[in-house]
Design a protein around this ligand. Structure first.
Ligand code: ZN
Length: 262
């Protein structure tokens, strides 16, 4: 299944412009009630793709990110592969959806893309044991751009500012529930040119390991997002660029890059 979140385009006063959840099926969207990471039921209303505007498909309590989870990416920034997963958080306020602009900031002279596979949790889990089936707690997967102010990441002791600006977490275009995350290609293109390409099979710590490990520090809630790290090839974004993160079997997350707001 492909879960999406959307608003109806040009909603008339009688139609709600509030975000809705749906299933993408047969070239259209079937509205659902409830949320994909909780109880939901299939509605009767179906909409044409042309009549909806897609939003980020998630509204998590937290976005847990893993750094340096591909050896080639750790090496390109002069870092060692960490002895245990390097974890940080992005604030949910940094999320934008497909086609929404990533807005640069005057506080950074070097903003970079990080295309990643993201896990969307489907049920609560904490203190998972090695024998627990971590992937049973997953709702599905989506594409994520962990936009990073690289100069601030280097100058600050921790990553909060570099990773936490508004619009620095692009997510979408939808949640795919039918995906084996063990060997799918994660790619980033900027203005159509390939920048990053790597299989999830190259992850140092694969998804099931990450879920178990994170759950021992913080309870993962339904809808929470885990960004699993970026392959090699990170590089700059400038105003006017179009950046695309794609994961094979999911789709393409496309965002324009805008200059800082005056
Ligand atoms: Zn990242």
């Amino acid at each position: 299944m492909k879960f999406c979140r959307f608003v109806i385009r040009d909603a008339s006063p009688s139609t709600s412009a509030a975000p809705l959840h749906g299933l993408i099926e047969d070239g259209g969207v079937i509205e659902i009630s409830g949320v994909p990471w909780g109880a939901w039921t299939r509605g009767s209303r179906s909409l044409r793709l042309a009549d909806v505007r897609f939003l980020a498909p998630v509204s998590p309590s937290k976005i847990v990110c893993i750094g340096r989870n591909y050896a080639a990416h750790a090496a390109e920034l002069g870092n060692e592969v960490p002895k245990e997963p390097l974890m940080f958080l992005k604030p949910p306020s940094s999320i934008v959806g497909p086609q929404e602009p990533i807005v640069l900031t005057p506080y950074s002279q070097r903003v970079e893309h990080e295309g990643e596979l993201a896990i969307v949790m489907g049920s609560t889990c904490s203190h998972l044991r090695d024998s627990d089936d971590a992937l049973a707690h997953v709702l599905g997967y989506t594409c994520l751009n962990d936009v990073t102010a690289r100069d601030l990441q280097k100058s600050d002791v921790q990553f909060t500012r570099a990773k936490g600006f508004d619009t620095f977490c692009a997510v979408g275009p939808h949640i795919e529930t039918d995906l084996d995350p063990s060997n799918v290609l994660v790619e980033t293109h900027v203005n159509g040119a390939s920048r990053q390409s790597g299989s999830t099979s190259l992850m140092v710590y694969p998804p099931a390991f990450l879920i178990r490990w994170i759950s021992r520090m913080m309870t993962l809630l339904p809808g929470d997002v885990i960004a699993t790290g970026t392959p090699a090839g990170v590089g700059p974004l400038v105003a006017g660029d179009t950046v695309e993160v794609s994961v094979a079997g999911i789709g393409v997350l496309r965002n324009p890059v805008h200059a800082p707001q005056a």
